[in-house]
Write a protein of this length. Structure first.
Length: 176
């Protein structure tokens, strides 16, 4: 009986070391070596490039209206006949027009995840004149900034081109 107990304890210690220590360390090493940007949270001075943030005022490019709480991820499940969805979209359209921005579908609807950090180039270009006016910059310099931030589809064919709003606003802050 003591022999069986010793073998069981030995196997438990072996698997604890293998699966509780060695395997996580190897996975962490692979993550750091191959995907360090993602593994370290993609942090910049203003936040994470992987999590959408709300930008207040016309001096900044706006992302999708996903809400103020990045911990509350997930879609709203509001359908096309939802009065709450119609009211939210109508309110967002009104706010954008007040700031001089031509509303686009992505600028007035939330993302499926609730924390989408990206917008399409069309969404960014719709905001160029309003941002330039609010900052006292030329539209052409802001348009060039947007063009420089466009990321192509992955591998040239997966998805579509996009702009990370956090990175765009950080470059915008550098213009002054």
């Amino acid at each position: 009986m003591l022999g069986s107990l010793a073998r069981a304890l030995g196997i438990s210690v072996f698997f604890f070391v293998l699966l509780g220590l060695a395997y996580p360390l190897v996975e962490t090493g692979i993550g750091q070596a191959a995907f360090s940007h993602q593994a370290n949270g993609s942090l910049t001075a203003s936040g994470s490039t992987l999590v959408g943030q709300q930008w207040q005022g016309p001096k900044w490019f706006q992302g999708r209206p996903d809400g103020d709480n990045p911990l509350a991820t997930g879609g709203s499940n509001l359908g096309p006949r939802s009065k709450a969805l119609v009211q939210a979209v109508t309110q967002q359209v009104s706010q954008l027009k007040k700031e001089g921005i031509t509303p686009t579908p992505d600028l007035v609807t939330t993302s499926g995840s609730g924390v989408d950090p990206d917008i399409s180039p069309a969404d960014a270009y719709a905001q160029v004149d309003a941002v330039a006016r609010a900052r006292g910059l030329s539209s052409s310099s802001v348009r060039a900034l947007v063009a420089a931030q466009v990321q192509p589809a992955q591998f040239g064919f997966l998805g579509s081109s996009y702009i990370n709003v956090l990175q765009l606003n950080e470059r915008l802050a550098e213009l002054r």
